[in-house]
Design a protein around this ligand. Structure first.
Ligand code: OMD
Ligand code: FE2
Length: 451
């Protein structure tokens, strides 16, 4: 448990009182934090009257009847119904939800994209979101969408929440600030942010332009994978996930709140900032995580394990062992395996693999898969090292080798991922991607021996 109650750490934000900065460690911890001393009720959730005239409100991320609960109690200036009104449907033409299978687009193939370039438009978190793929069904809360964000402008007096999804944000360029109901999270490349379903926030540009990847998870929340025989240590350690301390805004200005709900976007006008939670306690909170704290475990004698050893987070599907989404990280590590083809093997997979490059070079694709770029190898579509990677790795001197200058990730999904029109027609799709396998030679000549 963490109790943060240090009025001296308050920063006077231009917008008014009550902004604090700081984080509390621990994945899934039951946190407690207050931006004003005594704002949290002691020993109970719903006192007859709350201190400071605050309203108590519960935010539930799990069903009331679930076996484990994710929920947070908020003590706020106004209850959320006051941050609500008549909704008006709005159009965000580049942000799509599953099922979304455009007629003139096929997703059967191996695809790779160069980084989606910035434009000269001012784009916010909402207008700069570009859906690349969708899988499953947002209405039945299964599957996901992947997006690229291109953000150059802060949201001003504008707020957002997704009732549809939890967002996993993977910055690749620039720094963003998520001012949320539960506190402030800053993220830079090589870090991630996790924004739970239903949480209201505003996104500011700290250092632009900003580009990155988003996994929009329609299903159960991401959790740490069971480590099984690996034991209690390594991979992603719970203490490296950080939740923000409470921070609030007491701002009365005309504002808008946009809601993503069953794939549609609606806007409502309100007269104040909805980021008015003065104190909270619970385990349903936004998090940040530094990917450099991920401790990879791998092959220390021979062979190449399944990439699941690099799972950072997994979003369960309800079927044990089969994830709705796995978030997998390929970062710097030592390669030491003897008599082994060290890069990923050739394979077909029942899961669908969307990859993004955060920086550097990926071992199976030394060229062409560049920082900011993406690739998609959908369900049961063959892929693996390109010709050069194969030749290099099959004749390499197998000394211990540090794979340096590399950080890529995979959103590996249970359901096939369908390209949007943007991904197929507007984004810089590499038409010649599959040629990287064209020159792979037939080496078999009927005679035994390694070739
Ligand atoms: O296709 C890829 O590059 C991702 C991947 C990496 C790996 O080490 C093993 C399997 C796999 O799908
Ligand atoms: Fe793969």
């Amino acid at each position: 448990m963490n109790r943060q109650s240090d009025p001296h750490s308050m920063i006077q934000a231009p917008s008014g009182a009550g902004i604090t900065e700081g984080y509390m460690p621990g994945f899934g911890n039951d946190f407690e934090t207050e931006a004003l001393p005594g704002a949290l009720p002691e020993g109970m959730n719903s006192p007859q009257r709350c201190n400071y005239g605050l309203y108590g409100e519960q935010l539930s991320g799990t069903a009331f009847t679930d076996v484990r609960h994710e929920r947070t109690w908020c003590y706020r200036i106004r209850p959320s119904v006051k941050h609500s009104g008549r909704y008006q449907r709005i159009d965000l033409p580049y942000w799509h939800s599953a099922p979304h299978i455009p007629q003139d687009v096929t997703s059967l193939g191996q695809y790779r994209w160069d980084p989606v370039p910035h434009t000269d438009q001012d784009l916010t978190w909402l207008t700069g979101m570009r859906t690349m793929t969708t899988a499953g069904d947002v209405n039945t809360q299964v599957g996901m969408a992947s997006h690229i964000y291109l953000v150059t402008a802060s949201m001003q007096d504008a707020y957002f929440y997704s009732a549809d999804s939890e967002l996993l944000v993977v910055p690749q360029e620039g720094r963003l600030r998520f001012c949320t109901e539960l506190g402030i999270i800053d993220v830079a490349p090589q870090e991630i942010a996790i924004l739970p379903r239903g949480l209201v926030y505003r996104v500011e540009v700290l250092d632009g332009p900003c580009r990155g990847f988003v996994c929009e998870n329609y299903g159960a929340k991401f959790e740490l994978p069971g480590r099984g025989p690996i034991g209690a240590n390594c991979m992603a350690n719970p203490r490296d996930f950080k939740a923000p301390v409470a921070a609030f805004e007491d701002r009365e200005v005309p504002s808008t709140l946009t809601i993503k709900w069953c794939g549609q976007f609606h806007e409502t006008a309100i007269g104040h900032s909805p980021l008015d939670v003065v104190a909270w306690h619970g385990n349903y909170a936004p998090l940040k995580y530094d990917l450099k704290t991920y401790c990879p475990v791998g092959a220390i004698l021979f062979d190449h394990p399944d990439p699941s050893i690099f799972t950072v987070l997994t979003a369960p599907s309800g079927q044990p062992g089969v994830a709705n989404i796995d978030f997998v990280l390929f970062r710097e590590r030592w390669m030491v395996a003897e008599d082994t083809f060290r890069p990923p093997w050739y394979h077909k997979n029942i899961m669908s693999e969307l990859m993004g490059n955060i920086y550097g070079q990926y071992d199976a694709k030394p060229k062409g898969f560049v920082p900011g770029g993406m690739s998609l190898h959908n369900m049961m579509l063959p892929h693996g090292p390109d010709k050069n990677a194969f030749e290099g790795a099959s004749s390499a001197d197998l000394k211990p080798q540090k794979l340096d200058n590399t950080m890529s990730f995979m959103f590996e999904t249970r359901f096939p991922q369908h390209l949007t029109q943007f991904a197929a027609q507007e984004a810089p799709l590499q038409d010649d991607y599959i040629d990287c396998w064209t020159d792979i030679e037939k080496k078999f000549d009927g005679s035994p021996g390694k070739k």
